[in-house]
Design a protein around this ligand. Sequence first.
Ligand SMILES: [Zn+2]
Ligand SMILES: [Zn+2]
Length: 269
Amino acid sequence: MGLAGCKAFIAAPRGRTAGKSLQGRAFLHDYDWHQDAGFGVLELIMTAPVVVASWISLQYYGSSVAPALIGRGNKLLHNVIGGIGVVEGNGGLLRPGLPWQSVHDGDTYAHEPLRLTVYIEAPRAAMSDVLERHPGVRALFDNRWLHLFALNETGAMAWRNAGDLEWEEVARERIIEADMRAHRNPARMRAIGRATIDLIRRARRRCPACDAPGYGLTERVAGLPCAGCGAPTMLCRADVLSCQRCGHRAEIPLQPAHADPAHCADCNP
Ligand SMILES: [Zn+2]
Ligand SMILES: [Zn+2]
């Protein structure tokens, strides 16, 4: 598998996943605990391949969510220093993690930063035993760097490791809800896009009095006069632009300058 995109680690009889599309995103181990007297193979899986998978997953995770801190920067600018690592450009700190090109294809993330979920078909007590003997592995789960689920006799996701060697039953009913995460929800993405453009416009507009950036719309004034009788209505008559620094304020009248009498409390009560 290409390692970018990894999201799951599955140790179960191969029949559980045969024929299912995992989109090349899972580490698979053919494991049948009934054949594993003493759970020596389980211990090996949880302390070696799971740990290696965690390194890979967390390296991608860190390089995607905190590229400035954990990512290796732009591969095209790398210089090898002293045979032990690379710097970006002609100086700075040694760069750990993965280069930007490994996690981003120029348009979008090649790796979705998820913490790896480990699914193992084995008795919970046997897994708890292994975790108890290997505090370093246990810490990965207790501190939520990885998630651990126990599959039951039918291969279903039955128990979730809740940390501290506790397990909680996975609810049988499924709750389906819209994905409201900002990078997945088209309505939110449009709203965030508009808000961003507003913010940029505002940041670029300077106060005519003191030249500070950030001069912009802060309120709307009601009272657009009625075209029939001239009385103020609830409709807006002006936008107010103001400066956060010097308090300079300007009312910009809106067009049209009069309200349809249909909106007037006197002409059309
Ligand atoms: Zn000002
Ligand atoms: Zn009127």
